[in-house]
Ligand binder design. Structure first.
Ligand SMILES: CC(C)(COP(=O)(O)OP(=O)(O)OC[C@H]1O[C@@H](n2cnc3c(N)ncnc32)[C@H](O)[C@@H]1OP(=O)(O)O)[C@@H](O)C(=O)NCCC(=O)NCCS
Length: 235
């Protein structure tokens, strides 16, 4: 989707692998600045997310770089616990583009992508960032204790890179510095997602011949959006 200011937010594909190293460097720099640890991701991991249609990229076509359109922002989705949980992860907006509503647009895309692909999965977030908490709240996430999040060890291993990991271990994964936030689709039946984003993602999935989600009761997702409606994906 191209927004009024010319910024494009898209579901990434294999052709966007050229942006991976810049994305990882930008995430690393931001973590250094915030004084937090990060879940280290490899080039291959992020490139695979792009190839699988599980990553969202924001680009600025009005500014050309050696990679093509200038890199603006990024995030991706991951599933846990046999796809019963989804997280949107690795949210980053390049410092040159912060404060312009870009994170919110990316988040609307990753959230919608998660809802389209796994309509019955709970979406959760573990964050210490005010911006993310604000955006999560606007989408319907609520703060929860860690025992309501996935017990998938693979997810919690991602916390090992964080400087606060010793606290998490000491508390037996029950508490830490981050706030756990959860969106339970069962509590939001019939609520709309940003319509244009929904439709674009459905078109994109069909183009890539990704199997569209099926739901045992033939619920909303295979044909029409039924999730926050607003023309520009804003709340
Ligand atoms: C956090 C980050 C993604 C925000 O990106 P952004 O494009 O500047 O954010 P947006 O302009 O879309 O703002 C989204 C919302 O968050 C709020 N927000 C943004 N930065 C904030 C901050 N530092 N503190 C508090 N709120 C903030 C905005 O006011 C807005 O809320 P509103 O809609 O109620 O006005 C960006 O600053 C970044 O990449 N930081 C480094 C990495 C990081 O911290 N990632 C998040 C990990 S938890």
């Amino acid at each position: 989707m191209t927004y009024e200011d010319g910024i494009k937010v898209i579901v990434a594909d294999a052709t966007h692998e050229k942006y991976v190293d810049l994305i990882l460097d930008t995430i690393r720099e931001a973590a250094k600045k915030r004084g937090t640890g990060i879940a280290e991701r490899t080039h291959e991991y992020v490139a695979t997310k792009m190839k699988e249609g599980k990553a969202v990229l924001a680009l600025d076509p009005s500014k050309q770089t050696e990679l093509g359109d200038a890199f603006v922002g990024f995030s991706y989705i991951e599933t846990w616990g046999n796809k019963s949980y989804v997280t949107t992860s690795g949210l980053i907006v390049h410092p040159d583009y912060q404060g312009r509503n870009i994170a919110k647009r990316i988040k609307d895309h990753t959230f919608t992508l998660a809802r389209v692909r796994w309509p019955h999965a709970k979406i959760f977030s573990l964050t210490s960032g005010d911006a993310v908490m604000k955006m999560n709240t606007a989408l319907g996430y609520v703060p929860v204790s860690f025992n309501q999040l996935t017990d998938d060890d693979a997810f919690w291993r991602g916390c090992r890179g964080c400087i606060n990991h010793p606290i998490l271990e000491m508390k037996n994964r029950k508490f830490c510095i981050c706030t756990g936030m959860l969106y339970d689709p069962a509590q939001h039946k019939g609520e709309p997602t940003p319509v244009e984003i929904f439709q674009e993602i459905m078109r994109e999935m069909a183009k890539r011949e990704s199997p569209l989600p099926t739901s045992p009761k033939g619920e909303e997702f295979s044909t029409s959006p039924s999730l926050p409606t607003s023309p520009k994906g804003e709340e």
